[in-house]
Design a protein around this ligand. Structure first.
Ligand SMILES: Nc1ncnc2c1ncn2[C@@H]1O[C@H](COP(=O)(O)OP(=O)(O)OP(=O)(O)O)[C@@H](O)[C@H]1O
Length: 275
């Protein structure tokens, strides 16, 4: 298995995972090994995509990096901090955005600031800036039910950006959107990412999405998820997704995934034990 060769940890690293493992319900009869021995180094401003079969622990790793769940073994660092609790420096965006229906857009964007007691005028300015960055300045006073699915995901991105995160953690954020909206959102995310300087860790099942977005692609094995290999995306930006090079990358990723997807299916159908 090709993990990265671990290098010495530096406080300039955006995210560092060292020998990270996760067993859900460890020590009980329901113990369930999700991740094994993950070693990963993410640089500031890097766009890293997690690709792997269903159930291989991609989301679990994102939750560990967000500080929402403790690792069973190993260590996670983000800049100067050992990760053991959530931090505004690491924002998580899910597939289905949960906006509060009774709050308008700017109140949703700055909900976390309100909890921390930031005065209303300041919150409104923070929301205006974040909404401007996601192209939704006009929607500042709208209610969530007046927005399309794509617009709601933009509000979720604005909410995350309003915290000025150094790391954006995205768990299949566009999976629920139609194909055209999804492509628009990918372009939009690349613009936001370039402006923000944050690193992005992005979970997807879509090889096309991985090819379009990533600097590097972390390919996971079937459960328990280990890093099978890390592929550096050779395509220059802006990307021509119809070029021979991008097709070659898609084929390479499909080949890497095929065995793991088969193994994940067999396990889910009770035909094979988890390795
Ligand atoms: N809270 C939890 N308690 C117990 N087991 C969990 C929990 N969350 C996830 N799991 C299990 O851990 C394994 C990894 O799940 P995870 O959701 O991280 O995988 P994934 O790669 O993101 O899957 P998918 O691509 O289908 O979303 C799965 O077998 C799942 O059932």
């Amino acid at each position: 298995m090709a993990s990265e060769t671990p290098k010495a940890y530096s406080s300039k690293d955006s995210v560092v995972c060292r020998n990270v493992s996760k067993i859900w319900a460890a020590g009980t009869r329901r113990a369930h090994e999700a991740l094994r021995d993950i070693d990963l180094d993410v640089s500031p401003g890097e766009f890293v995509v997690f690709l792997g079969p269903s159930g291989c622990g991609k989301s679990t790793l994102l939750y560990l990096i967000a500080g929402l769940e403790p690792a069973t073994a190993g260590e996670i660092w983000s800049f100067r901090d050992r990760v053991d609790t959530p931090s505004p420096e690491r924002s998580l965006i899910f597939q289905e955005t949960s906006l509060f229906p009774w709050l308008n857009v700017w109140q949703n964007v700055t909900f976390g600031h309100a909890i921390r007691g930031v005065p209303e005028a300041e919150r409104k300015a923070i929301a205006a800036d974040a909404l401007q960055r996601v192209g939704l300045a006009e929607a500042i006073n709208k209610r969530p039910d007046e927005l399309s699915g794509g617009m709601r995901q933009r509000v979720a991105v604005a909410r995350a950006l309003s915290m000025r995160p150094k790391v954006l953690l995205m768990d299949e954020p566009f999976a629920a959107l139609d194909v055209q909206t999804r492509q628009k959102m990918q372009d939009f995310l690349l613009d936001v990412w370039r402006d923000s300087g944050a690193s992005v860790l992005f979970v997807t099942h879509s090889i096309d999405e991985a090819v379009a977005l990533s600097d590097r692609i972390v390919v996971f094995t079937a459960r328990p998820g280990r890093i099978k290999t890390i592929v550096t995306n050779p395509l220059p930006r802006p990307r021509n997704l119809f070029s021979r090079e991008s097709e070659a990358l898609r084929i390479h990723l499909t080949d890497l995934l095929r065995d793991e997807v088969d193994r994940a299916f067999a396990e889910q159908e009770g035909l094979a034990p988890a390795a």
